[in-house]
Design a protein around this ligand. Structure first.
Ligand code: THU
Length: 134
């Protein structure tokens, strides 16, 4: 199965804003709510490479900053340059598993679209319900 064209288009559009001169790898992410609204983000890199932000975490930050409850998210889509394979990194898997565990995520892998449940990408994730944070 493939994602809807409009979500791909939204991710490709925001990908144009990517600041990725260190890796040369521009990424766009589009997040759709069950109600249909779409929020987007691109990767933003720093000369201190480790401070770079992935498109997925930027997009979820945009959505949360806009006051949207992340439990309303239904699907997330991520695209790399020219639709090359681009799977979410471990840091994004952790963050998404905390904020949108129920969501479906679309990405390119093996030259095709793959959809997964966010939690399936991060088995045994560190949980925000740990006693220390109650
Ligand atoms: N990147 C993302 O934004 N999302 C992904 O799913 C994979 C990687 C970014 C991080 C870095 O700016 C560049 O792509 C190369 O790894």
């Amino acid at each position: 199965m493939n994602p809807n064209e409009d979500l791909i288009e939204a991710a490709l559009q925001v990908q144009l804003n990517s600041r990725s001169k260190y890796s040369g790898f521009s990424v766009g992410c589009a997040i759709r709510l069950a109600a249909g609204d779409v929020y987007t983000g691109c990767n933003i890199e720093s000369v201190s490479f480790g401070l770079s932000n992935c498109a997925e975490r930027v997009a979820i930050g945009v959505l949360i900053s806009a006051g949207v409850d992340p439990s309303l998210v239904s699907e997330i889509l991520v695209v790399g340059p020219d639709l090359v394979d681009c799977t979410p990194c471990g840091a994004c898997r952790q963050v998404l598993s905390e904020l949108v565990p129920h969501a479906t995520i679309w990405f390119r892998h093996g030259g095709q679209w793959v959809s997964r449940n966010v939690l399936d990408l991060m088995p045994d994730a560190l949980e925000a319900s740990l006693k220390t944070f109650e």
